[in-house]
Design a protein around this ligand. Structure first.
Ligand SMILES: [Fe+2]
Length: 284
């Protein structure tokens, strides 16, 4: 960043002296550096709320508010105060249910301690989590233990049935697609009960037989993290490519909401793709 700024300054001075094309190059570099500075210092600190309305019951008569967050990638520069900001935003939404889609840290499991403020979030039906590939790089057991101690329930390779105002909702979760143990049966609907499958990588949709869940929620792709107008994401880590970048998609016939997540990996920057909380008005 500093080197680019210096280079821009040199080209700028040279451009003033030489004029014409050099001046245009200096302008272009200056604009590029402004975008870079925004992507590194400002964009990762914003939070946008993306809203969806999904009806997954045959005759929905009960509506609840589901908050879905993922990919916080907690690390010393995105720590407790960042989580407090997220929790404040979530509290304002008064969610009935919280789902957490994994990749809680970058690689150091101990950084999960920054997630403690989630304890302060009140929900009607509780909070549930799965882990992502980054959570397996150090000590996944510690991360699971901490999340449980913060009041969240593990959905890793398991499911729960909730009774909500007389209606049933089935939630089930996958283990991580790279390091976990696969169990596609857990991701399927049971007895026609409205069903949500929580998966970390969108690629795990391949494990769900077509039509065997009503709604899949995924993270991992960060929406490409760096996006450009018109072009979109340059790279999305998925076999589905840019089809699995961000937003609501139909993949293999399954309605799927992919969040851009709340943290960063690799270059700690975002562009045209701020950190995101997903709120779903869910009809069952
Ligand atoms: Fe991931």
């Amino acid at each position: 960043m500093f080197l680019l700024a210096m280079l821009g300054l040199i080209v700028g001075v040279f451009g003033v002296i030489m004029g014409n094309q050099w001046l245009y190059l200096a302008y272009a570099m200056f604009l590029g550096e402004l975008m870079l500075a925004y992507g590194i210092f400002l964009a990762p600190k914003r939070i946008k709320i993306s809203r969806y309305r999904e009806s997954i019951g045959a005759s929905p008569s009960v509506w609840l508010k589901v908050a879905f967050i993922s990919d916080l990638h907690l690390q010393p520069k995105k720590s407790k105060s960042w989580v407090e900001k997220i929790v404040t935003k979530l509290q304002a939404e008064k969610p009935d249910l919280l789902l957490v889609g994994g990749d809680m840290v970058v690689h150091d499991a101990i950084d999960i301690q920054a997630f403690e403020p989630i304890k302060n979030l009140a929900t009607t039906y509780g909070g549930f989590f799965i882990l992502g590939n980054h959570d397996y790089q150090d000590n996944p057991k510690l991360i699971s233990q901490k999340l449980s101690s913060y009041g969240l329930q593990s959905l890793i390779n398991t499911g729960v049935s909730l009774t909500i105002q007389g209606k049933e909702l089935r939630l089930s979760g996958a283990d991580d697609g790279y390091y976990g143990i696969g169990n596609s049966k857990i991701l399927q609907r049971q007895d026609g009960t409205p069903h949500i499958a929580l998966i970390h990588e969108p690629d795990l949709i391949q494990d769900i037989p077509e039509g065997q869940t009503d709604l899949a929620l995924a993270g991992h792709s960060h929406g490409g993290q760096i996006r450009f107008p018109v072009i979109g994401a340059l790279h999305v880590p998925s076999v589905f490519g840019r089809r699995a970048d961000i937003g609501r998609k139909i993949i293999k016939g399954i309605p799927t909401i992919i969040t851009g997540g709340l943290g960063e990996v690799g270059c700690r920057a975002r562009l045209f793709n701020p950190p995101e909380i997903v709120i779903i008005e869910l009809g069952i």
